[in-house]
Design a protein around this ligand. Structure first.
Ligand code: HEC
Ligand code: HEC
Length: 280
């Protein structure tokens, strides 16, 4: 037996675990292990964390953490992360099945500094919005949104359920969704895949006989395709019966409200949507 192994035989298990961990070249992220949060992050730690945030997180969560296609992080309580350790866990592993990616490219130190920065965002005041949520609720009811959206179980599910939309997106993204729906497109994650895909893809299907069917893609396999059309009707088609099948990720079934809703009511509508924080 080598002197190294011989020494190990007489080493307590805890020390052994540390020795093995130090000897292992694998990084924390490769193993999905969560590094320890910084006990007392310094100003320099927070500044490094802020830099990493700008580089890797701001495109979805906003530079100031006010949200975007991802949820606002400048809030005292996060839906999925009660403390810094939980934030670190999300940074290491991402949130499987959603567009939230794992930050495998960061070192343990960078991850810990980043988590401290995200935690510090929660101490900032929440973004103040210009509109009135009460008036926005009325704008929502008057604009026919419920023909395609569900809030708290009410409405039709052509588009996404909006019951918790204020927990999932930032105000600027929601505004963009109303003015340019195709540009502010929600994405969907796929479990065990690192990439997100466009959601609510518009499909145009031309049967051999009869009118074209247009709807959002719900499901498909090799032989059939299922769509939900503008009227909320579920359509299941056999691919063999189709003359043409076209997938369009650049248009939206949702009409633009640019020019249809004035600036004031638009602010109200966004303010209302940001208050929707129930369970989807
Ligand atoms: C491609 C867009 C995208 C990027 C880049 C991204 N996120 Fe996310 N993140 C999301 C989405 C979407 C969710 C919400 C997932 C869900 O709950 O459905 C999320 C959720 C989170 C949450 C939980 C929020 C809550 O309300 O509980 C934290 C914390 C978080 N992200 C931190 C980060 C950090 C830190 C980075 C940078 C390393 C980052 N994210 C990069 C899209 C992104
Ligand atoms: C004809 C159906 C239809 C109508 C009417 C409609 N929407 Fe949509 N909406 C959709 C679809 C489909 C999507 C999915 C994304 C896309 O295609 O742009 C969507 C997306 C959204 C999103 C983004 C959701 C996310 O997860 O990011 C918001 C917010 C939204 N709609 C709000 C509204 C509001 C408010 C109204 C009324 C003023 C409205 N919609 C009217 C079909 C509709």
């Amino acid at each position: 037996m080598s002197p190294f192994l011989c020494a190990l035989r007489h080493t307590p298990a805890v020390v052994l675990a540390v020795v093995l961990a130090l000897a292992s070249p694998a990084t924390a992220s490769a193993q999905g292990q969560t590094p320890t949060p910084l006990a007392a992050p310094t100003a320099a730690d927070l500044a490094s964390g802020a830099k990493v945030f700008t580089m890797y997180c701001a495109r979805c969560h906003g530079f100031d953490g006010s949200g975007g296609s991802g949820p606002p992080l400048a809030r005292p309580r996060l839906r999925r992360a009660a403390d810094t350790a939980a934030i670190l866990d999300i940074i290491v592993n991402g949130i499987p099945g959603t567009p939230m990616p794992a930050a495998w490219m960061l070192s343990e130190t960078e991850m810990a500094q980043l988590a401290a920065h995200v935690r510090s965002l929660g101490q900032r005041p929440e973004e103040a919005l210009p509109g009135s949520p009460e008036r926005g609720r009325a704008v929502y009811a008057a604009s026919g949104c419920a023909a395609c959206h569900v809030v708290g179980g009410e409405g039709s599910a052509v588009g996404p359920d909006l019951t918790a939309i204020g927990m999932l997106r930032g105000a600027a993204f929601l505004r963009e969704s109303l003015l340019d729906p195709a540009a502010a497109r929600p994405e969907r994650g796929v479990a065990y895949e690192p990439y997100a895909y466009p959601a609510y893809v518009v499909v145009q299907a031309q049967p051999q006989r009869g009118p074209e069917v247009v709807g959002v893609l719900v499901n498909e396999d090799s032989f059939t395709i299922q769509l939900r059309d503008r009227a909320g009707r579920w359509q299941s088609l056999r691919k063999a019966d189709l003359q043409r099948l076209h997938y369009d990720t650049r248009t939206s079934l949702m009409p633009t409200y640019r020019g249809k809703v004035e600036e004031g009511p638009l602010n109200d509508l966004v303010a209302y949507l940001m208050t929707l924080r129930g369970r989807p």
